[in-house]
Design a protein around this ligand. Structure first.
Ligand SMILES: [Zn+2]
Ligand SMILES: [Zn+2]
Length: 332
């Protein structure tokens, strides 16, 4: 059985679970670990049975609870390399320190590493390496001093406990290259959005195809191609154009949302549903609705109008994903 459950959708957090065969994947991790687990249990999903987490992009509403959740479950996280790096940069505090402070930190870290190595009864070579590393660090510092950059010396690598970016395992994928996680096939595709390397996904299991496409400024040809013939379509319906125009956001934010790398409006999604969508999905889920610039009923009516204009599409069930409560699981 293939099952798909939206746990949260919107600018305050996004997460869904896709299950097929013996595999369960968490798609994005935008809720705190505690809230994620609470919602999973509410809909009969066991957090402990998750096998992996896949990430669409590094925006906060998609990764907020990522490190804590992955550590708690001890499961791998799949990113594109650029997204992983952007996520790490976002989590790594940029502190300014003096040369003396920096050297002291490097010494401490080297000592920590040495202690760890000794505790693990590491071989002599390791100890030599540690010493060499310490010398290298000092040499590097001298060079920086000579270059006049010592006041903004880079941080040494933090230890595992302090490191907010530490994950049990990281796996890279690339947009356009399908891969497998257990019994589920995953096809990531590029979407136009203002993040490092954002993707949508099509998941395949037991002959069922589930597509997730949110956080995109428009629907380019590659995305249209990916969304063909899917059994479940989760698609963004972020804002009502008029509500956004007259709404509370500052002009610069409105421009960002409306841009080609922003978010899909109700109208843009309706246009896609009317003119391009093939009507194959048993379920269409409208997602990532803005709480400031949209109303669920408005999104629903706009999409319904677009779908009902085509008689052959009446079998589609239209659902709305919510920010504050999970949707009932959908099974195939
Ligand atoms: Zn988002
Ligand atoms: Zn985003």
């Amino acid at each position: 059985m293939v099952r798909f459950t939206v746990l949260a959708s919107g600018s305050k957090g996004n997460s869904a679970v896709v299950s097929g065969g013996r595999t369960r994947i968490l798609v994005d991790c935008g809720l705190s670990c505690r809230e994620l687990f609470r919602r999973m249990r509410l809909v009969g999903e066991e957090p402990e049975t998750l096998d992996a987490i896949v990430i669409t992009h590094e925006h906060m509403d998609h990764v907020n609870g990522l490190a804590v959740t992955a550590r708690k479950l001890g499961i791998p996280v799949y990113f594109t390399e650029a997204t992983y790096r952007a996520w790490m940069r976002w989590l790594t505090p940029r502190r300014q320190m003096t040369y003396a402070q920096w050297l002291e930190q490097c010494r401490k870290l080297a000592a920590e590493r040495q202690a760890e190595a000794e505790a693990a009864q590491a071989c002599e070579q390791d100890e030599q390496d540690t010493e060499i590393q310490l010398e290298n660090v000092a040499a590097e510092a001298e060079t920086l001093l000579a270059d006049g950059e010592a006041q903004t010396a880079p941080e040494g690598p933090p230890s595992r406990k302090q490191d907010p970016t530490w994950l049990p395992a990281v796996e890279y994928f690339q947009a356009g290259e399908a891969f497998e996680i257990g019994d589920i096939g995953v096809s990531p595709f590029t979407i136009p959005h203002d993040a490092a390397d954002p993707v949508g996904f099509v998941f395949r299991a037991e002959g069922v195809r589930v597509a997730c496409a949110t956080d995109l400024g428009y629907i380019p040809p590659n995305v249209k191609a990916q969304l063909k013939g899917v059994d479940l379509l989760l698609i963004e319906s972020n804002h009502d154009l008029e509500m956004l125009r007259d709404g509370p956001y500052p002009w610069s934010v409105k421009q960002r949302v409306l841009s080609r790398v922003g978010h899909l409006s109700n109208e843009a999604t309706a246009d896609y549903l009317e003119k391009v969508y093939d009507g194959q999905a048993a379920y269409v889920i409208l997602a990532h609705l803005s709480e400031s610039n949209n109303l669920p009923e408005l999104a629903r009516v706009t999409a319904e109008r677009a779908l009902n204009g085509r008689a052959s599409l009446l079998a589609n069930r239209l659902l709305l994903a919510a920010q504050h409560e999970p949707l009932s699981p959908i099974s195939f």
